[in-house]
Design a protein around this ligand. Structure first.
Ligand SMILES: Nc1ncnc2c1ncn2[C@@H]1O[C@H](COP(=O)(O)OP(=O)(O)OP(=O)(O)O)[C@@H](O)[C@H]1O
Length: 197
């Protein structure tokens, strides 16, 4: 988390070995493969939804498992959309295709840059659950502007400000946390203040 312009996307891109406008010196140790989902969905307009989900495999010269594609489309609430083109989808549906594509990569580390920002609250809550389930066992570094989202799903919350990272202490409850529970609600108040500083 962190204010707009704090450098969150730049940090994710640096960790993922993607180019940035920022200067960087030092050394990043990372696994060979890092999955990535950007703020913009970057869907290929000429490909169907299923082909977009399979794209990373295709680019890597692998055959994508059709059953896995269908199960990820189902998990992201897109069953029946496999043969549609991105232009026929809403912004939220497109973002869910991008999420399915990120989940398809099954990389040990996944960088998600505000993956749920275009979704309505109910779909967003469902996608948070889907992503947590589908990504159990992966390390996921996710940027979000939404303190409630971070509190609900994160194992750790780091706040980037003035070039420094501070860890926000989480309540004892395990994710997916109940935001109406007193301890979580109190933490939400503290987190709202912390990200405004
Ligand atoms: N460590 C850094 N050194 C120099 N410039 C940086 C650094 N980190 C970020 N910047 C620059 O600051 C600007 C904003 O960075 P970035 O897009 O990463 O912010 P952000 O926190 O993701 O913002 P937003 O929440 O609005 O998406 C960019 O122009 C980026 O190049």
């Amino acid at each position: 988390m962190g204010a707009s312009g704090a450098g969150k996307t730049t940090l994710l891109r640096t960790l993922s070995d993607l180019p940035t406008a920022a200067g960087f010196s030092g050394c990043v140790t990372r696994p060979d493969r890092i999955g990535w989902m950007a703020q913009t969905d970057l869907l290929q307009p000429h490909l169907t939804v299923a082909a977009n989900v399979a794209l990373i495999d295709r680019l890597a010269g692998r055959r994508a498992d059709p059953a896995r594609i269908l199960s990820l489309l189902e998990a992201t609430g897109l069953d029946g959309f496999a043969n549609r083109r991105p232009a026929t989808l809403s912004g939220g549906q497109r973002q869910r295709v991008a999420l399915a594509r990120a989940l398809m990569q099954a990389a040990p580390v996944l960088a998600l840059d505000e993956p749920f920002s275009a979704l309505d609250p109910a779909t967003r809550a469902r996608m948070q659950e889907t992503a947590r389930r589908a990504l159990a066992g992966c390390s996921v570094l996710m940027v979000t502007h939404d303190p409630a989202e971070a509190l609900r799903i994160a194992d750790r919350i780091l706040i980037l400000s003035g070039g420094k990272v501070t860890e926000f202490p989480l309540p004892d409850a395990a994710p997916l946390r109940d935001l109406t529970e007193a301890g979580t609600l109190a933490a939400l108040g503290r987190l709202n203040l912390a990200v405004q500083q």
